[in-house]
Design a protein around this ligand. Structure first.
Ligand SMILES: N[C@@H](CCC(=O)N[C@@H](CS)C(=O)NCC(=O)O)C(=O)O
Length: 219
């Protein structure tokens, strides 16, 4: 089986895929597309992914897009260990938690949105950063409220880390970029500390990626 991921160190969606592949113990090659330099818009990458975003996942020559669809596909091709619970109610709840960042919080902070705020609405660097911080905190607050009502045991859906934990950990990575402390989100913090104690999460962290290190370690 050959797996190639077009990703980027800073991409939280790429982080999700890295963790998922490592939890599944599936070997992969990652090709870096510098989305801060606009490489996602170049013709070579347009041929790979016409949405001009990372990640793109290629399995034996078959292309897939969108981190949620890719993670569900991984469960289909390698069911154990599972990323989504078998129980249908728990499975839907795991997807719900996943979408709170994938669909609601994270898309508001990606480069194309930040660029549009600056270019079209004249937002300066400080305003763009405040925008990002606002939506990142909204995402963390949402997770804290949900996890307070349905406590991690010890992971979001039970004894093993899965899809929901990957997504929550990604939201925490977004907070780290903006130096947002997690004091106000103690349950999220405990869950993400537990995740990043695992080598699959830690080695997938943006600051551990070769393209981050090669860039001189600035974020
Ligand atoms: N919903 C997509 C997110 C795709 C996405 O927006 N990726 C970001 C990086 S995390 C990107 O490539 N952005 C490029 C841009 O904003 O120009 C997923 O979960 O895969």
């Amino acid at each position: 089986m050959s797996i190639k991921v077009y990703g980027f160190w800073r991409s939280i969606a790429s982080f999700r895929i890295r963790v998922a592949l490592k939890l599944k113990q599936l070997a992969f090659e990652e090709v870096s597309i510098d989305i801060l330099q606009g490489k996602q818009f170049e013709p070579g990458y347009d041929a790979v992914n016409p949405e001009h975003v990372v990640p793109t996942f290629i399995h034996d020559g078959h292309s897939l897009y969108q981190s949620l669809a890719i993670m569900e596909y991984l469960d289909d091709i390698k069911p154990s260990p599972r990323l989504l619970p078998e129980d249908i109610k728990k499975r839907a709840y795991a997807r719900s938690l996943a979408l709170m960042t994938i669909a609601d919080a994270h898309p508001l902070t990606v480069p194309r949105v930040r660029k549009h705020l600056a270019k079209t609405f004249g937002a300066d660097a400080k305003a763009v950063e405040e925008w990002g911080a606002h939506w990142t905190i909204e995402g963390l607050s949402t997770y804290e409220r949900f996890l307070a009502r349905r406590k991690p045991a010890p992971f979001a859906l039970g004894k093993d880390a899965g899809l929901a934990d990957i997504c929550i950990a990604g939201q925490v990575v977004g907070a780290q970029y903006l130096k947002i402390g997690l004091e106000a989100f103690p349950i999220v913090k405990e869950l993400s500390d537990r995740c990043f104690a695992m080598p699959e999460f830690l080695s997938s962290h943006p600051f551990e990626q070769p393209d981050y290190k090669a860039s001189g370690g600035k974020h």
